[in-house]
Each structure stands twice: as C-alpha cells, then as structure tokens.
Design a protein around this ligand. Structure first.
Ligand SMILES: Nc1ncnc2c1ncn2[C@@H]1O[C@H](COP(=O)(O)OP(=O)(O)OP(=O)(O)O)[C@@H](O)[C@H]1O
Ligand SMILES: [Mg+2]
Length: 225
C-alpha cells in the first residue's frame, strides 16, 4: 500500500538562546491511505511538533517527511501551502470557527480559497453538514451551538474539500466524555465512508485505545505501537 504520510528519521531542534530543545529525535513511521491512527504521548513529548510536520506547517531540521509522496523539505512556502490546501484538513481542540460567520459560511470558506463558485460551495457545504448531522443548524452562529456541535462544524469544514488526510489535535480535549465519544464516532464514519486517512493527536489513553493503530511518543521518540 502507498504511504500518504512518511517520516524517516525526523529530527526537529529548536534553538532557544544557548540551549537546544530536541522536540523530535529521529522519528520514523508510515501511514497508509485510509488508516485511522492516533499519535499519543504526554505533554511536551513532541505531538504537536510531529503534527506540524505532517500538516506541512513546519519542516524538519533533518530527516525526510513525505506527504502524498512529496518531500516537504524540498518545497517552497507556496508549494507547501498548495499541498496543505489540497491534501489536508485540520481540526483543533478549540474549533477555530469564525464567530461572525454562520455555520454554513464557515464550512464554505475553504472552498472559496479553492475558487469554487458560490453555488457549488453552498451545495458541498450543505452535504458536509448533512453528513455530520447538522443540516438544520446552518444559519446558527458558532456561539449558538454546543461544544460538540461546534466540533462537528469544524469537522465538516475540514472535510468539505475532500482532503486525503484529516489531522486533528486533541479534538475531544474541550468536550465531556460522552460528546467526545460522539465526535470520535464522526471521525470513524468519515474514515469508513470516504476512506479518509485520519490522524488524531491526543494525550488521552482512551482515545488512543479506540483507534485501529496508536503511535506512542515520549521525549521526541516513538516508543511502541
Ligand atoms: N516553537 C518552539 N520553540 C522552542 N521550543 C519548542 C517550540 N515548540 C515546542 N517546543 C518544545 O518542544 C517540545 C515538544 O513540544 P510539543 O508542542 O510538540 O509537545 P506536545 O506533545 O504537543 O505537548 P502538549 O500535549 O502539551 O501539547 C517541548 O519541550 C516544547 O517546549
Ligand atoms: Mg501539543
């Protein structure tokens, strides 16, 4: 099977004055199209640094990161942003919805950057909102939704461009256990129905145990799978 994400001996060092912080110390793994994976580790272990590599938001100090077969270190900022826009959907702990826009406008936004015309933007956003069970909330503003609903809007927004990879950093971190489970179910459904590769970053062992595959990270190194 083809890897959509491939990290080989990835090192990321931050320079802080005279100190070096070694956030990733030689991380290697491959993720295939359609996998449902969690990256789990305690605070400060390097999860977000790892996620930034996969999300093409950062490049390694050394080692090789390939996303969809392309090596990110060799790409310009512009090429990286194109790869990001076409290949990856992002979901964050704090939803990051735009508060002045209603639900459907939020979901339509990524399509605007792809220069999709208004009618198809509306159609696609509505379909994405239907698939997360929020078709009857499209005119609500984010503050008129529950936490779980906000996260489902964020998932619809991440999915609306049909990215190959969905990256989520602590997507259930702000939710109670039951709502968190529903959000995980939503990811599972998208993974099954659309064969989207889903990568969830978490410190929560219950989330780690609920995914097909769990990559454990500690002090910038993979410990076990
Ligand atoms: N921009 C930065 N500059 C300097 N050091 C950094 C930077 N970003 C992260 N670090 C350091 O790298 C290490 C890994 O950080 P990272 O954010 O990847 O951890 P994390 O696993 O996501 O933690 P958390 O669960 O708290 O979000 C930490 O020691 C952190 O202090
Ligand atoms: Mg983090």
């Amino acid at each position: 099977m083809d890897s959509v994400v491939s990290l080989h001996d990835v090192v990321r060092t931050y320079i802080m004055g005279d100190n070096e912080v070694r956030a990733l110390r030689g991380v290697s793994f491959d993720i295939s199209q359609g996998e449902f994976v969690s990256i789990m580790g305690p605070s400060g272990s390097g999860k977000s640094t790892c996620m930034n590599m996969i999300g093409c938001l950062d490049r390694p100090t050394s080692g090789i990161v390939k996303i969809n077969g392309k090596e990110t270190a060799k790409m310009s900022e512009k090429e990286l942003s194109v790869l990001r826009n076409q290949t990856i959907g992002f979901v964050f702990q704090q939803y990051h919805l735009i508060s002045s826009m209603n639900v459907i406008e939020n979901v339509m936004l990524p399509l605007k950057y792809q220069k999709v015309d208004r009618n198809s933007r509306h159609e696609k956003a509505l379909a994405a909102l239907e698939s997360v069970g929020l078709a009857e909330r499209i005119h609500h503003k984010p503050h008129e939704l529950s936490g779980g609903q906000k996260q489902r809007v964020a998932i619809a927004r991440a999915m609306v461009t049909q990215p190959k990879i969905l990256l989520a950093d602590e997507p259930t971190g702000a939710l109670d256990t039951e709502t968190g489970k529903q959000v995980m179910e939503m990811f599972r459904k998208i993974n099954k129905e659309q064969n989207t590769t889903i990568i969830i970053v978490t410190h929560d062992p219950r989330i780690g145990e609920s995914t097909e595959r769990c990559i454990r990270i500690l002090d910038g190194q993979i410990v076990t799978e």
